[in-house]
Design a protein around this ligand. Structure first.
Ligand SMILES: [Zn+2]
Length: 301
């Protein structure tokens, strides 16, 4: 008899800044919520160093409280059940003065940050945890730190000897979200062919080896179809209006093209066992649940 996972099934995603949850995991969060899986987002910083890209008139409100409201709207769009702030300050891009701020996530004591996150893990008891890959997706110090802190926190949460509140909790599967190089290159070429802006400008890459970021396709263990949830993901991204400017390639890509280019989110299983026989694994909860989530019903059905 195989052990049944403790109820309720929970997905917990750790993200450095407000907006990363929607950009990186918006699809899997909405998909999980529709499948009846509890979803939890941990945001490590308040996004203090983000730029008001859209030039929004903030009036008396500062950017941090504005971003807090944008984040709340995005989380509501994705049906996220629970949200935690880890309480650090945005470090800014690598080498910027924000890196040295004593409250910055970059400067934070990794052991202390891991204890804070492990305490949340013990309280929320997620079977599946997702954070950045070890490159921090595109090298931002807060994204790299989110990866490092999550790795430590998952181990710590399970350690019965750790001086933490609540009972130890063993996460079953820990993933890094990442971008598969093959899909990145295909998207870049398709956007240019359609006369649209690519995040890589008009670079003429010879092959995936020329891409400045991304993960070799062979390392992708898990690729989740988020096509039916793409509209929700885009709406959540659009809620972060101050960060995702009008020139965002993701939001500007026509719906039909976006459906083919951004139809999946890609992951690397870092600890735990892949579920089922299919490779890449089609769902973060593969092996933990048997029925795949159904696409949302269209209005009027
Ligand atoms: Zn970020």
């Amino acid at each position: 008899m195989s052990p049944t996972p403790p109820a309720p099934l929970t997905l917990l995603c750790v993200h450095p800044h407000p907006d990363d949850e929607s950009i990186a995991c918006g699809g899997v969060l909405a998909r999980a919520a529709d499948a009846g899986i509890r979803t939890v987002v941990v945001t490590c910083t308040a996004g203090e160093e983000g730029e008001n890209l859209a030039g929004i008139h903030l009036g008396a409100e500062d950017l941090v409280s504005h971003r807090r409201r944008e984040l709340a709207a995005a989380l509501a769009e994705l049906g996220v059940d629970q949200h935690h702030q880890l309480g650090y300050r945005d470090s800014g891009m690598l080498g910027s003065p924000g890196n040295q701020h004593p409250d910055s996530f970059h400067a934070a004591d990794p052991a202390m940050a891991a204890r804070k996150l492990a305490t949340i893990l013990r309280a929320e008891r997620p079977q599946v945890v997702v954070s950045d890959d070890e490159q921090g997706t595109y090298g931002h110090p807060d994204h790299v730190k989110a990866h490092q802190v999550t790795v430590r926190a998952v181990v710590l949460a399970a350690d019965a000897a750790a001086p933490l509140p609540a009972a130890p909790w063993q996460v079953v599967k820990r993933y890094s979200h990442t971008l598969a190089k093959g899909r990145l290159l295909a998207a870049h070429r398709a956007l240019l062919a359609a006369g649209l802006a690519s995040p890589f400008g008009d670079a003429a890459f010879g092959g995936v080896e020329d891409l400045p970021l991304g993960t070799p396709d062979a390392r992708i263990t898990t690729e989740v179809d988020v096509g039916p949830w793409l509209a929700r993901k885009r709406a959540a991204m659009a809620a972060h209006r101050s960060q995702i400017g009008a020139d965002s390639f993701f939001l500007n890509t026509p719906e039909e093209l976006a459906a083919s280019l951004f139809a999946t989110e890609q992951f690397i299983l870092e600890s735990g066992v892949l579920g089922g026989e299919e490779r890449p694994e089609p769902d973060l909860f593969a092996g933990l649940v048997t029925a795949p989530p159904q696409p949302p019903r269209a209005v009027g059905q």
